[in-house]
Design a protein around this ligand. Structure first.
Ligand SMILES: [Zn+2]
Length: 239
């Protein structure tokens, strides 16, 4: 065993001791099994949960949309963008609409600002411990990862390529190393044509249903066509 391996084994032993000490008798089994069998044992239940969602961004993304569907949009809300940061509204149409992040509709402590559902112990979305809402939290562990995914899907390019069997979604050719993550329905078009779609269906445009990996040359061509359509639409609007 190398020195590094010895250190790692020792760190894992210590982490496991800490985790076992603080682990409640009820804990999501999938999370626990990943924590115990991963390369690095997380030293706390909270880190075990965070690590679980980080390893499963698509699962987190799907769950966030399902939780948001449970909440629905607050009455009177509509998707608006706004330069004024104090409103909590997104500054551009590139950010996913999130009514419960807006100050006017925030539900307060213990509710997730992404999906609007209650947050429980360890940032979990189900009250497995019968302890009620965790009023120190306003994000689910899953929703943190979903939010990152929606805002920067390129960070998951590797995973998305694998899902597509390494084929370009537009040309069906082999994906090159330089391939890029693309929104099938571009976000400016979502803003223009689907602005009034109900929330959280809207979130699907930032999630897996609207994402594809395509080769760079195909992407450049797609963007040029989109830009042409955009200026044509603008001319039509003015006329
Ligand atoms: Zn949430």
């Amino acid at each position: 065993m190398s020195k590094w391996q010895e250190d790692k084994a020792e760190a894992n032993r210590l982490a496991l001791a800490r985790l076992t000490k603080s682990l409640p008798s009820v804990f999501p089994p999938g999370v626990l099994s990943r924590a115990l069998n991963g390369r690095f044992v997380p030293p706390t239940p909270r880190l075990a949960i965070d690590g679980y969602w980080r390893a499963h961004p698509l699962r987190a993304e799907r769950l966030a949309r399902a939780l948001a569907a449970r909440s629905g949009a607050p009455g009177g809300w509509s998707w608006q963008i706004d330069d004024d940061r104090s409103s909590g509204r997104p500054a551009t149409f590139r950010s996913p609409p999130a009514p419960y992040r807006e100050h006017a509709y925030a539900k307060g402590p213990g509710f997730c600002c992404v999906c609007g559902q209650p947050v429980f112990r360890f940032g979990w979305h189900v009250d497995l411990w019968d302890r009620g809402r965790n009023n120190n939290a306003n994000w689910h562990g899953a929703c943190v990862i979903a939010w990152q995914f929606w805002n920067a899907p390129s960070a998951q390019a590797k995973l998305l390529r694998r899902l597509q069997g390494r084929r370009c979604r537009q040309s069906n050719g082999r994906l090159w190393r330089t391939a890029e993550v693309d929104h099938r329905v571009p976000l400016f078009q979502v803003w223009r044509q689907h602005r009034d779609a109900p929330w959280p269906e809207l979130l699907g445009y930032w999630g897996l249903p609207n994402l594809q990996v395509i080769n760079r040359d195909v992407h450049v061509e797609k963007c040029a066509t989109e830009a042409r359509d955009r200026s044509a639409a603008r001319v039509a609007e003015i006329a």
